[in-house]
Design a protein around this ligand. Sequence first.
Ligand SMILES: Cc1cc2nc3c(=O)[nH]c(=O)nc-3n(C[C@H](O)[C@H](O)[C@H](O)COP(=O)(O)OP(=O)(O)OC[C@H]3O[C@@H](n4cnc5c(N)ncnc54)[C@H](O)[C@@H]3O)c2cc1C
Length: 466
Amino acid sequence: MSTLAEVRLDETAVDELRRSFEGELVRPGDADYDHRRKVWNASIDRRPALIARCASVRGVVEAVRFARRTGLITAVRSGGHSLPGLSVCDDGIVIDLALMKGLRVDPEARTVRAQGGVLLGEIDRETQAFGLVVPAGIVTHTGLAGLTLGGGIGWTMRTFGLSIDQLLSADIVTADGDFVRASDAENPDLFWGIRGGGGNFGIVTSFEFRLNPLGPMVLAGPVAWAMESSRDVLRFYREWIKEVPNEVNTIVVHRRAPAMDPWPKHLHGKHVVIVGFCYAGDVDDGEKVLRPMREFGSPVLDACVPMPYVAHQALFDPGLPWGWWYYYRGCDVAELTDDVIDITVEHALRIRSPKTSFPIFHLGGAMARRGEHETAFGGRRAGHTFNCGGATETADGFDEEREWARGLWAALEPHHVGAYVNFLQDEGRERVQAVYGTDKYNRLRELKRKYDPDNFFRLNQNISPD
Ligand SMILES: Cc1cc2nc3c(=O)[nH]c(=O)nc-3n(C[C@H](O)[C@H](O)[C@H](O)COP(=O)(O)OP(=O)(O)OC[C@H]3O[C@@H](n4cnc5c(N)ncnc54)[C@H](O)[C@@H]3O)c2cc1C
């Protein structure tokens, strides 16, 4: 049976592309088609007509020009971790950068160049070989490209800022298939827009970041309490974080304890509240600074120890693997008021799936030092960002878990002060506008009209040109 996708693509044109294309073209019916169309979130199941796996900048240019000629909807993919699955589409074209893995650290200049297909674990491994780091996210198999273009929050953001705060330049293929560079000196308007504006303006084939010294050892890991004490833990935490230095990076997670290291057997399946720590500084200093929080109440687990930064970066990996079913809704809050804490705990106690966990990132520190309008990123002044998420291993029970996540998000609605763009679902224009605020959204629209007036790049948190 032929799919709509096969019918719509002109075979002669595809054959012609195949002759010159630098990379691999994958079509429905090819042996690896099902593997290549898969994204991290298994609840997304889409069947593109063509996957263009680019091996070079020229390959990206060819793919963009080809996609423009076909008029088919086009998705751009790097790590495949878009929460709503925006990097794959039905019956269209996927321009996939996963083969573009080039990485080069300059330890003297303290910079790194990374191609568009690099994953977080790959860049960490390379930069940590020199005791250096780019601030990025908390799961090693996430794509650097999608994460950076939305801002990039993680274990060192309060110390070194967002990923975009360390970005020096980017190489970009525009909607016309032109190659441009964006930096403070070249196309500064575009450079402003790609720092938080997502994939709206072109395909980034390479990033250049400034590096910061860190590790290789850091004091990091989870400390957990029974969820029944979460109200007290969070009230103490709220006061404690007011005084901590920018080296302290923490993420609060509510979940049922997983049956894996470092959790002892008697805790498996129990509802717990976790404060994950990363002290991005001297380990001995960290011991002193983190002590009051670690000693609060009666923790059921303390696995916060000196460990290599790259090991810490991988701690969340087993809890968020490829192939489970996931649903997330993101929102920022100004602070953890009593009401926010009560809502959080009340909903968390009702978590059913052992796979569900939702992070609350503590923002501020270095990321809040930059002006709200210095980059396109929206939400530098927020206190915390929630990623209300539900997960199941298969489709079984997924609908209930999704409803639970929606319920938490909705209950927090009176306290929303925006959202992190990379934690949005596919929620439409109003929500995207809420992320940036009216002034910035209008500036982004102007930029969109200049670089992509036809909205070729529209499978993203879209800035509509009209
Ligand atoms: C397990 C997991 C953990 C996460 N942890 C964090 C975290 O700690 N911090 C954080 O900030 N975010 C985090 N996120 C969210 C993450 O930032 C986004 O999902 C991001 O889009 C992932 O990037 P990707 O390249 O893997 O995504 P993809 O699905 O490949 O792409 C997502 C979107 O980014 C755009 N895009 C991708 N590549 C390019 C490119 N080369 N040029 C232009 N546009 C492009 C496209 O619009 C695409 O639709 C996490 C997500 C997951 C699934």
